[in-house]
Design a protein around this ligand. Structure first.
Ligand SMILES: C[S@@+](CC[C@H](N)C(=O)[O-])C[C@H]1O[C@@H](n2cnc3c(N)ncnc32)[C@H](O)[C@@H]1O
Length: 260
């Protein structure tokens, strides 16, 4: 929850890759090829909240054309851990303030991975407006949608999930965060042209490191919302850290394409 450390981003990358909606990547690849249409230039991609470059690592090989990526993030140290290749530029910016300036007229694709559950509805309106202004595609992936489902029952699962979702709606630097409401809000703001597919994380009983990282993050968030119930949250976390259950964490991938 709000952990953007390089270790966490590296741990989640495998689950992100397995979860992402291939059908949207195929649509995007067709758009990109048609957009460049043998021009010889590179597709200009702007990755908002790029962190250590996971979105580039995943998506770049799936777009069968030359690309130039600009990775935008507020954390310079994380940006430094992204791949150092000639097809990548880095931009250090606070996206709450510098959103419009970070999306140049030349952008063909604006993308964001695991970002828009942190933002407010107003920010999402600004994003869609700017992307439409520059006539780019917008691919937003791995947005948390509020679902946390274990394959067996613990009486406290729903209670903890609700506390986590309350925490998700707190301020994350962009005004009141949309948290689990982000996919629906994006659909609402972008309209019927937006395609939405689920991209749920599937965490098996053997995925101990991922399960523990999630349970610990959720327990910290839940205890911040209900400090008086700290020991009840800790007891839940102790059980779930060693759980034998499978776990699904709901996410959505969404794509908006411009008129060609
Ligand atoms: C959950 S991480 C996702 C990172 C990356 N997109 C990925 O999928 O691995 C969210 C990213 O948003 C960045 N971020 C959060 N608030 C920001 C802000 N106001 N301006 C710029 N970047 C911000 C964080 O530094 C972090 O890298």
């Amino acid at each position: 929850m709000g952990d953007f450390s390089a270790d966490w981003l590296s741990l989640r990358a495998r689950y992100d890759t397995e979860a992402r909606a291939e059908v949207l990547e195929q649509r995007l690849a067709r758009f990109a090829a048609a957009r460049l249409n043998g021009s010889g230039r590179a597709l200009q991609v702007i990755d908002l909240g790029a962190g250590s470059g996971n979105n580039h690592r995943h998506l770049s090989p799936r777009l069968p054309i030359r690309q130039h990526w600009t990775l935008v993030d507020g954390d310079e140290d994380l940006l430094r851990t992204a791949p150092q290749t000639t097809d990548i530029s880095r931009k250090h910016a606070d996206l709450a303030v510098d959103l419009e300036a970070s999306v140049p007229e030349t952008a063909d694709l604006v993308t964001a991975s695991a970002l828009i559950d942190l933002v407010s509805r107003n920010w999402l309106v600004r994003l869609v407006r700017r992307v439409e202004e520059v006539n780019a595609a917008l691919l937003v992936v791995l947005t948390y949608d509020g679902r946390i489902r274990w394959s067996d029952d613990d009486a406290e699962d729903g209670w903890v999930r609700d506390l986590v979702n309350t925490h998700q709606r707190g301020e994350k630097g962009f005004g009141p965060a949309l948290g689990p409401d982000a996919p629906r809000a994006f659909q609402d703001v972008a309209g019927p042209g937006l395609a939405t597919f689920s991209s749920d994380w599937r965490i098996g009983r053997a995925d101990r490191d991922m399960r523990i990282a999630l349970v610990d993050g959720w327990a910290t968030a839940a205890a911040e919302i209900a400090p008086e119930d700290r020991s009840r949250v800790s007891a839940w976390a102790l059980r779930r850290r060693e759980s034998e259950a499978d776990l699904i964490v709901g996410h959505a991938d969404q794509l908006m394409l411009p008129a060609m």
